[in-house]
Design a protein around this ligand. Structure first.
Ligand code: FMN
Length: 218
């Protein structure tokens, strides 16, 4: 089977938000599709290990912010590569609480708020069906496509994304080397790309900043 064919399927990019134990939780997804137009229902696919899935199952509500081409790559990597179990992803990102659910509003195109109407078990993932109750066009920013994310932003998808393709993700991964101690940071082996690391990140071997690293491979 030629798995690269799956890359010909078109998607958008979204940040899902929900609330759990008085905590704001959320993650990036690309798998969102409108299912019906009357009493509109959308479907999202969420990995069973994602904390956001657990939150939505409990709260029965979620928001979906439509990421735009102006959304900062750092916001995408924070919501797409870390878990809300460990960090507050909403800190330092503009959001609003609407219908008791956090909604990322920073640089997005639009958002929707949904009530869960059904959950379909798909082994590693759940398909969550949500009836849309609230919609708002936030800006005229162009919605980001999954293709734009890979080809223009040079982003990658983690294994938990339902559309992850073994090998195909590595082509956007590069290596950086510390000019002081020689430590190599290989995007392909890390959770987060070098370019998306926080500005105060330090070399794990010798402790110098990102500015002492040089790119050693494309
Ligand atoms: C571009 C991109 C697309 C993703 N698509 C999905 C998706 O459709 N479904 C999913 O479950 N996870 C997807 N993920 C992975 C989750 O965002 C990631 O596992 C996140 O860390 C889960 O956070 P949580 O534990 O706070 O829920 C995607 C990540 C990226 C970067």
């Amino acid at each position: 089977m030629d798995n690269t064919v799956f890359r010909d399927i078109s998607y958008g990019m979204y940040i899902i938000g929900s609330r759990f134990d008085n905590k704001n939780v959320g993650c990036v997804i690309n798998t969102l599709v409108q299912i019906t137009s009357e009493n509109p229902i959308i479907a999202i696919s969420l990995n069973k290990d994602n904390y956001t899935n657990e939150a939505i199952r409990k709260t029965k509500k979620f928001s979906a912010s439509i990421i735009s081409e102006k959304t900062k790559p750092k916001v995408i990597s924070k919501f797409g590569y870390y878990t809300s179990k460990e960090i507050d992803k909403f800190k330092d990102t503009n959001y609003e609480i609407i219908d008791n659910i956090p909604v990322v509003t920073e640089d997005i195109s639009s958002y929707l708020i949904c009530d869960v109407v059904d959950i379909i078990d798909c082994k590693t993932h759940d398909i969550i069906l949500g009836r849309v109750n609230i919609t708002k066009k936030q800006t005229n920013n162009v919605p980001m496509t999954y293709k734009f994310y890979h080809e223009v932003i040079k982003g990658t998808s983690p294994k938990k994304a339902p559309t992850y393709i073994e090998g195909a993700e590595d082509k956007n991964a590069v290596k950086h080397q510390c000019t002081i101690c020689g430590y190599i940071y290989d995007d392909a082996k890390e959770k987060i790309r070098f370019d998306d690391l926080a500005d105060d990140w330090k070399c794990p071997l010798c402790g110098v900043g990102k500015d002492k690293f040089i790119k050693i491979s494309e």
